[in-house]
Design a protein around this ligand. Sequence first.
Ligand SMILES: Cc1ncc(COP(=O)(O)O)c(C=O)c1O
Length: 485
Amino acid sequence: MGKVKLIMEQTHTPLFDALDKHAKMRPLSMHVPGHKYGQVFSSKGYPYFHKLLEIDATELSGLDDLHHPEGAILEAQALLADLYGVEKSYFLVNGSTVGNLSMILAACSANDTVIVQRNSHKSILNGVRMAGVQPVFVHPTYDQDVQVASFVSFKTIRRAFDTYQNIKAVILTSPNYHGMMNKMELSKIITYAHEHGAVVLIDEAHGAHFMLEGFPSSAITLGADMVVQSAHKTLPAMTMGSFLHLNSYFVKPEEVEYYLQVLQSSSPSYPIMASLDLARHYLASIAKNGPNKILEKIKGFIQQLDKIPQIKVVKSTNQEVQTDVLKVTILSRCELNGYQLQTVFEEQGIYTEMADPNNILFVLPLTDAFDGDGVIEKIKQGLWEYKPLLRSFLDLHNEEVDTITPLALCYNEIKGYNKKVVSFREAVGNISGEMIIPYPPGIPVLMEGEQVTERHIEILNTYINTGAHIQGGDMRKKYIKILYK
Ligand SMILES: Cc1ncc(COP(=O)(O)O)c(C=O)c1O
């Protein structure tokens, strides 16, 4: 049994079954889409597409309507809510991106003060901007072991509540890209925010499987109001397929549903939705039987990986940090940096999730049928010619001055300004017209609407000198965009 008690019959797959039944009738399509269940299609792609196109239907009798569910989709979403133990769950066909936008728009009103994790995914930052709220950005802590931005501490959040009045929402990301989260801190944040009348919105894009035993805690079980998960990232669901879970006294389902139908297609993909129904069914079967076999398999794989002398598996030594075992961060212990290691792996046919100057990241499959031995063999083959050597981390993190930062101009004011490109020197004292983000650690040095200080320029120069990849501005010429009237 998983962390939650299953009440409904999780072996059912109502949406997939409805599509399967429909396809088996060999329907004559006098409706959209134009491929007519795959009969009309470019011969080039037909071998790949044809089976899937048989279930690429539209809102026909028996197939329900995502934006007004009354049948198979209603039932499939109810099963999803039941599995996760929440009030309501929604299928998303445009990724966590649309979930993040919708949860912010549904929970916040223009000019509300909201606390936002500074290194949020752009969908959170876009949502904050679209909602016209007043963001107060909070820095996450930095994990020295993995050399990545980790979690936002309770202390930082409490300080933000002490500094700003009437905070409406706290918007955080948990876990981080590397699967790290801090249960104790997040739990305290949620309780504290609720005591102060604020809702907690969590981007849990990388944690759709956290309802299973043996994995870090989901923000759902810690009491967050809304949680968005990219089912497609770690569950067997099609790309873009995601979930939004609502479990709140404060946020009305009607508001969430309004924004979901505003922001999502009126012709949502049935294959994506059916894959979500099947992913939920798959997850439920693991929750029921227990994930021990999967966990054992992963443990064995990581032990073997760690025996390869040219690499080292790294994990946070912070006792409070829980790390998802599906995410494996690998540090180079030979002359190769993270990017070069990635290339060597690719030459062996192994494609990684990402690379940075220090690390590469693997996302392992949620199955005990994973051929770890095959992967290990290929890695050994790729690395045999490199001599092991102790390689220390390139420390790419610069201490920030403030851990809590408001914008100098709110988003509605920004709209009235023009933008121009100026040198770093000239930018000081002006308002930034763009975000500048070094990777790693992926924490923006500057947000759009923030006043540029000497300290920001100092930090940027350090990042440039350490060779970090920087998004925004022209770092070669040392120019950035500022706002002017
Ligand atoms: C933390 C986080 N949130 C949201 C997203 C957006 O998710 P999706 O690709 O499902 O739209 C991503 C994507 O990488 C992400 O890493």
